[in-house]
Design a protein around this ligand. Structure first.
Ligand code: ATP
Ligand code: MG
Length: 267
């Protein structure tokens, strides 16, 4: 899966990252539906271990264009995880109060504590994406943010946070199909807004902003992964595998009991 990691300092041209790639799992239709289940169970066990051990903090960031699949990924990859140890933070348009602080203020309080997994559905990266493309602050201001963000994430990593960042890479055609489904199905209408079409018109500007973000903020301590996401089943398998691999490398163990339990009998 390392081929999806953006190597620190490398150039990123998103045209060269195939959103339809499925080279890691070439599965039949029947196999696809079954394949995620064992990974969900593994993740469930690792998360319980993380919670019980209480030594590590995990931060997982998801960024994508509209309809890129952030919600679905979170729902499907973390299916079965214990809600006590997994917190999802969704970052929407900042409130007046949030805007009156620095842009990391609202983010920091959602970072994980020991034993927790924090999942960011959008993140501080919006402050170099939508904010840049829509000219919400001047270039002079947003240009400095890549360095702030790297420093912020370095601090989190130094303090014991394992950070994984996923860009869900869909094509413009795939977005069209997903928007059409949101329009056609009454129960999906709520996910669609006319503003999404305005953003879609600026697709190329967004791609440029994403490329810069991926180049400037993929670090050893907080790597970006570009996930082929046109196929939802493939996206889920790749992301679940990367997270499992990272958690396994932490070599976690269930804690020793506080008391000597040998010979204890429950009467
Ligand atoms: P979906 O992908 O399913 O449409 P969503 O994450 O887009 O879900 P919405 O409520 O539709 O959810 O959108 C949230 C909006 O908030 C996005 O348009 C995003 O760009 C915007 N946003 C997030 N952070 C910021 C920020 N710091 N400044 C300005 N806008 C932001
Ligand atoms: Mg949206």
């Amino acid at each position: 899966m390392d081929k999806y990691r953006v190597k620190p300092g490398s150039k990123v041209n998103l045209k060269k990252w195939d959103p339809d790639d499925r080279s890691e799992f070439d599965l039949s239709k029947e196999e696809r539906d079954e394949a995620l289940y064992p990974l969900n169970r593994k993740l469930e066990t690792l998360q319980e271990l993380l919670y019980a051990e209480g030594k590590h903090k995990i931060l997982i960031v998801f960024q994508a264009m509209d309809a890129g699949g952030k919600d679905g990924t979170i729902r499907q990859v973390f299916e079965g995880a214990n809600p006590q140890g997994v917190k999802v933070a969704s970052f929407k348009k900042p409130t007046h109060k949030e805007l009156s602080h620095d842009y990391l203020w609202r983010v920091h309080k959602h970072t994980p504590a020991n034993g927790e997994i924090a999942i960011f559905n959008r993140s501080h990266y919006e402050d170099v994406l939508v904010v840049r493309v829509e000219d919400l602050v001047s270039k002079k201001v947003w240009k400095k943010r890549y360095e702030h963000i790297n420093n912020f994430e370095k601090m989190l990593a130094d303090e014991g946070t394992t950070i994984l960042k996923f860009y869900l890479n869909i094509s413009k055609d795939e977005q069209k199909e997903r928007f059409e489904e949101r329009l056609d199905k009454k129960e999906k209408n709520w996910k669609f807004s006319l503003g999404d079409l305005e953003v879609r018109k600026k697709w190329n500007n967004y791609m440029k902003a994403y490329e810069d973000m991926l180049e400037k903020t993929s670090t050893k301590y907080a790597p970006w992964y570009i996930i082929p996401s046109n196929r939802k089943w493939y996206r889920n398998l790749v992301i679940a595998s990367i997270i499992i691999d990272k958690l396994e490398k932490l070599k976690m163990e269930f804690p020793e009991p506080q008391d000597d339990l040998s010979g204890v009998r429950i009467t």
